[in-house]
Design a protein around this ligand. Structure first.
Ligand SMILES: NC(=O)c1ccc[n+]([C@@H]2O[C@H](COP(=O)([O-])OP(=O)(O)OC[C@H]3O[C@@H](n4cnc5c(N)ncnc54)[C@H](O)[C@@H]3O)[C@@H](O)[C@H]2O)c1
Length: 257
């Protein structure tokens, strides 16, 4: 049986990754800081006879990461796939994100993926894969997003560094999602999108967690072992659309500042 480890598996994209790996017959161990959501996801999937175990902890805290790694080694022995998915944002410059809040985001988004890899280094199965979840925000920005953007830039660079260090042992890739709607796992009503929201994507729609989870499984498939150290953008083409002032009926009114 293949063993898959996921961070932030209780909701959103992480929950879909847990669900798809479990449906593919893997044993999945995931960590999430949201106890209630983690236990609910575990219960839901176990009721479908899936082999899923939740661990409650905060990956921004090194002691929790170590405890989780020990738990994974005890439950799984060897790890076939590590998916570093969890991240958060604490805003940025304009809203006065403090050094402490900024550093916490980096601990969750960059340090924890590094530490998990470090602690599991001797416990990867042959042909194992790591997939890091980055963001198109690693390459482009809105205002006031420094904490998140820095974390996503960090995990994108960490991906190729780890791929080189783990060469011949573990493949390491990243996915940079664009706009992915996670309403369902947050118990929110299905949003109604303006046609503009959809039309700004060359694919004509906003993304779903399944769009990302399918790509994670693809990257972990050993048949695709020539893909290594890569970050794959999955955003319906949104970040490829070049818009000039007065283009597409769009006017820039943001000023120079
Ligand atoms: N949704 C999007 O549009 C989008 C776009 C680009 C990138 N991403 C990235 O995809 C990943 C998943 O995003 P999502 O939208 O599914 O998020 P989400 O908020 O829906 O789910 C994240 C899960 O991670 C858990 N989590 C957060 N911080 C944690 C911590 N410190 N320790 C343990 N668990 C923690 C949360 O409790 C939650 O269950 C993130 O890395 C995010 O940056 C999302």
């Amino acid at each position: 049986m293949k063993n898959c480890v996921v961070t932030g598996g209780a909701r959103g994209i992480g929950k879909e990754i847990v669900t798809m790996f479990a449906a593919a017959g893997c044993r999945v161990v995931f960590i999430d800081r949201d106890r209630e959501a983690a236990l609910r996801t575990q219960e839901e999937l176990q009721a479908e006879n899936r082999n899923v175990q939740a661990f409650v902890g905060d990956i921004g805290n090194e002691a929790d990461v170590k405890e989780f790694a020990d738990y994974v080694i005890e439950k799984c022995g060897k790890v076939n796939a590590l998916i570093n998915n969890a991240c958060i944002s604490a805003g940025g410059l304009l809203s006065g994100c403090t050094g402490e809040a900024f550093t916490y985001v980096l601990r969750v988004g960059v340090t924890a993926p590094y530490l998990l890899t470090l602690y599991l280094k001797e416990h990867f199965a042959p042909h194992a894969s790591i997939v890091n979840i980055s963001s198109t925000r690693a390459f482009m920005s809105q205002k006031d997003t420094e904490s998140y953007t820095a974390a996503k830039g960090g995990i994108t660079a960490l991906t190729h560094a780890l791929a080189v260090s783990l060469s011949g042992k573990v493949r390491v890739n990243a996915i940079a999602p664009g706009w992915i709607d996670t309403w369902e796992s947050h118990d929110l009503p299905e949003p109604e999108y303006a046609w503009q929201d959809m039309a700004q994507h060359p694919s004509g729609r906003v993304g779903t967690p399944a769009d990302i989870a399918r790509a994670v499984l693809f990257l972990c498939d050993d048949k695709n072992d020539f893909i290594n150290g890569e970050t794959i953008r999955i955003d319906g083409g949104m970040s490829r659309l070049m818009v000039y002032h007065d283009d597409c009926g769009w006017k820039y009114e943001g000023g120079l500042g």
